[in-house]
Design a protein around this ligand. Structure first.
Ligand code: UDX
Ligand code: UDX
Ligand code: ADP
Length: 463
């Protein structure tokens, strides 16, 4: 059997590497339009940082895992074609800011229709609005060289930073489709390492909707606890104590209740906005409003964090040096998409703070380009003033100690493990006084830091 995957990103790359590792008899060919990305997959420096991924790729690459830009050839040869291209939120035209941009998916479907012969199973891996399979089916049915297709929905539930563990031991594999035979063929692939009872099959639309719903529920939990964190700061409740207390109720459960500076990542916001757009499309105004509130709360949480920094630093951060620890949207990834750090930094820059940023895995170019696009307007235009602001007020360094030297404050925005064990005595000596710490992830020992002399502010804790 031959598998092809279109899209060598955070989803396509690790997922196909795992299939290749676990199924040595299947040839897995991952293709992408971006030659730099493919070159990186073929090198010793993979384009994405993910614990354990190097080993998996090393084991399978050259054996039954290949990466190339030969999209047509890979499609023509494959029995199963996964579509794992990006589906960003549209930033133009109808549905701008909410609907998913399906341009890349549609282009893939047209390409598949053009070069396929015989029978193929086409699998939607990217997160998509409900009923996208309908459009894919229609495009595929226009193929004029006699090819036939089954379309399946097989959403990926891996979380970045733990992708390899999630792929090795998933809570479930979900396959939606109309043809039992096609569903069975794909199920056989996963059954090489996933227990049968964890492979669920549903109709196409339930599968598509389950992916959006799972992400909406997860994001909702974070927004719910973050909403309570604001109330905790106003009262004398402690949000970590509240999380623990409610999480012991088996109906609520302990996971995903960590208050933070706000959720980020490529999925949560995009999928909720997508859900909101769908509900509006079907005339379900109340349902749309209900889910939109999860994103509104998240924006509030990010804004509130930057405002708290300004307020507690005597209402001005202008020309003050603030060390930013962490820029990725969570630990153990180099992904910065929708990271809360982007928006906190943007707000601080608008207050004319000087930022010295350190993240263990994110490249300087990525940080600068994220900040520039956060400062740009809807059409993507960056003013000369904002460009100058980033050039003059943002420095990226390669360790936390250098970031903190002479700073007025530290804002911890990503929960990287190395930040827990920093020598804060040493850091304190090098900072301006009073020395402030804003812990956006509640990972630092507040009592110990206070003893050193820091003024510390954390999420959901009154001071
Ligand atoms: C609730 C809390 O569960 C309990 O911990 C607290 O002490 C008091 O409030 P109660 O109101 O007795 O208990 O019943 P509960 O089982 O929580 O159900 C509340 C309502 O939600 C009922 O109308 C029930 O039918 C409804 N419900 C519950 C659903 O519609 N769907 C569900 O999945 C669960
Ligand atoms: C998510 C889903 O978990 C995954 O199933 C889906 O396939 C893709 O989207 P991911 O975005 O990689 O995965 O990371 P996740 O661990 O879900 O975290 C998302 C964001 O929520 C991060 O910014 C994280 O810091 C934040 N978060 C998560 C919290 O602030 N508190 C929590 O308790 C959990
Ligand atoms: P995700 O997090 O969903 O994996 P990424 O943006 O990391 O998203 O990856 C998607 C990849 O899909 C990108 O590398 C992009 O170049 C690739 N891609 C988009 N459209 C096409 C296409 N028509 N053919 C091949 N690759 C594509």
């Amino acid at each position: 059997m031959k598998i092809c995957c279109i899209g060598a990103g955070y989803v396509g790359g690790p997922t196909m590497a795992m299939i290749a590792k676990q199924c040595p008899e299947i040839a897995v060919h991952v293709v992408d339009l971006n030659p730099q990305r493919i070159a990186a997959w073929n090198s010793d420096t993979l384009p994405i940082y993910e614990p354990g991924l190097d080993e998996v790729v090393r084991e399978a690459r050259g054996r039954n895992l290949t990466f190339s830009t030969n999209v047509d050839e890979a499609i023509a040869e494959a029995d199963i074609i996964f579509i794992a291209v990006n589906t960003p939120t549209k930033h133009f035209g109808i549905g701008a800011g909410r609907a998913a941009n399906l341009e890349f998916i549609e282009k893939c479907a047209r390409q598949i229709a053009k070069v396929s012969e015989g029978h193929k199973i086409v699998v939607e891996k990217s997160t998509l609005p409900v009923r996208t399979a309908e459009a894919i089916k229609r495009i595929l049915s226009s193929a004029d060289n006699g090819a036939t297709f089954d379309v399946l929905s097989n959403p990926e539930f891996l979380a970045e930073g733990t992708a390899i563990d999630d792929l090795l031991d998933p809570d479930r594999v979900l396959i939606g489709g109309e043809s039992p035979k096609a569903v069975q063929t794909l199920a056989e692939v996963y059954a090489q390492w996933v227990p049968r009872e964890k492979i669920l099959s549903t109709n196409l639309w339930s599968s598509e909707l389950s992916k959006l719903t799972a992400n909406a529920f997860l994001a909702q939990r974070v927004s719910s606890i973050n909403a309570i964190s604001a109330l905790c700061e106003a009262t004398e409740a402690d949000v970590d104590e509240v999380s623990k207390a409610i999480g012991t109720d088996s109906r609520i459960g302990p996971k995903f209740l960590k208050a933070s500076v706000g959720f980020g990542g490529s999925c949560f916001q995009k999928d909720i906005l997508n859900l909101v757009y769908l509900c509006e499309h079907f005339g379900l105004r109340e349902v749309a409003d209900y889910w939109e509130q999860v994103v509104i709360m998240n924006d509030y949480q990010k804004r509130r964090f930057a405002e708290r920094i300004c307020r507690t630093m005597f209402n001005t951060v202008s020309d003050k040096k603030i060390a930013i620890l962490g820029f990725a949207f969570k630990k153990d990834t180099n992904d910065t998409r929708e990271s809360a750090a982007i928006y906190v930094c943007r707000d601080l820059l608008r207050e004319r703070a000087r930022l010295v940023i350190y993240d263990p895995k994110v490249e300087k170019e990525t940080i600068v380009s994220e900040l520039l696009s956060a400062l740009s307007d809807l059409s993507g235009t960056i003013s000369d003033l904002d460009r100058e602001l980033v050039e003059s007020n943002v420095t990226v360094v390669d360790n936390a100690y250098d970031a903190a030297i002479h700073s007025h404050a530290i804002a911890l925005l990503t929960e990287w493990d190395e930040f827990r064990t920093l020598d804060f005595e040493r850091i304190y000596q090098t900072m301006q006084k009073p020395a402030f710490i804003y812990d956006g992830r509640n990972i630092l020992d507040r009592q110990a830091l206070r003893k050193i002399g820091f003024e510390i502010f954390a999420i959901g804790k009154s001071n």
